[in-house]
Ligand binder design. Structure first.
Ligand code: ADP
Ligand code: MG
Length: 249
């Protein structure tokens, strides 16, 4: 969308507040994510993790504070917002593929519509992405013909087709059968190794230990801990994090 604003953090959230009615779901979130950093967001259900992700690509408006992506403040709406959304890829728990389009068409739709690519060029890029996520042979199938793990990898390819600067993942493996979790985590791990800036909400502690540069622990709309995976898992500081880890590990 815009030229890289070089020194700016890839994501900057400053005093971000968000309510749903009387419920205060994000309480003054201030956070910088540098370019290339992989951040895993942990926390109990209802702590605001999904809402945090959704504010970053403006699926949820915020009440106050500011959010910038690569130095560009989030626009409220309009054409600039579509450009911003292209900069911020998002992968959800439910794969959200278009059921009546082939996998290839799912991946090319955004590039043709938003990036203005010619169909042949979009197809070429999409094929390369499908190969990268290991499902090149599924291009002409429909989502329902794929396994959950393959669908989620298609969803990742679709997000990457927009050439995002940041990728947000909201529990990308939570809806998968256990035997398919690793094929998706492997794609995410290689994306991380290639230097993508990523914010990942997950309960996969192995991924957090292996791929994260940083762990954020959220509770009640606040970032309660912000540390390295090593420090977080071996010596959580807050009682809330200790309690959380005690339940899941
Ligand atoms: P998490 O992803 O950590 O489980 P969420 O961000 O989904 O948490 O939700 C935080 C809180 O906001 C929860 O109490 C949830 O019920 C509430 N919430 C989320 N989305 C909405 C919505 N669209 N309308 C009203 N309340 C919501
Ligand atoms: Mg959630």
């Amino acid at each position: 969308m815009t030229a890289a604003a070089t020194d700016a953090p890839m994501i900057r959230m400053s005093a971000v507040d968000k309510h749903f009615g009387a419920l205060h779901v994000l309480k003054g979130i201030t956070l910088d994510v540098p370019r290339g950093q992989v951040v895993v967001v942990l926390g109990p259900s209802g702590s605001g993790k999904s809402t945090l992700c959704r504010t970053i690509n403006r699926l949820e408006p915020i009440d106050s504070g500011t959010i910038s992506v690569d130095g560009t403040p989030l626009p409220a709406e309009g054409k600039a917002l579509a450009g911003l959304r292209a900069d911020v890829g998002m992968v959800f728990q439910q794969f959200n593929l278009f059921a009546h389009k082939t996998i290839l068409d799912n991946v090319t739709l955004g590039p043709i519509k938003v990036r203005g690519l010619a169909k042949a060029k979009a197809n070429e890029e999409a094929q390369a992405l499908l190969k990268r996520v290991g499902i090149a042979d599924q291009a002409d199938k429909y989502p329902a013909q794929l396994s959950g793990g393959q669908q989620q990898r298609a969803a990742i390819a679709r997000a990457l087709a927009m050439k995002p600067k940041v990728m947000l993942f909201d529990e990308p493996t939570s809806a998968l059968d256990p035997e398919m979790v690793n094929e998706v985590l492997d794609v995410m791990t290689s994306l991380a190794a290639e230097g993508m800036t990523m914010l990942v909400v997950t309960h996969e502690m192995g991924f957090a230990r292996r791929a994260a540069h940083r762990v954020l622990f959220m509770s009640d709309g606040e970032v309660v801990e912000d540390s390295t995976p090593g420090d977080f898992f071996s010596a959580p500081k807050s009682d809330r994090a200790k309690d959380f880890l005690g339940k899941i590990l």
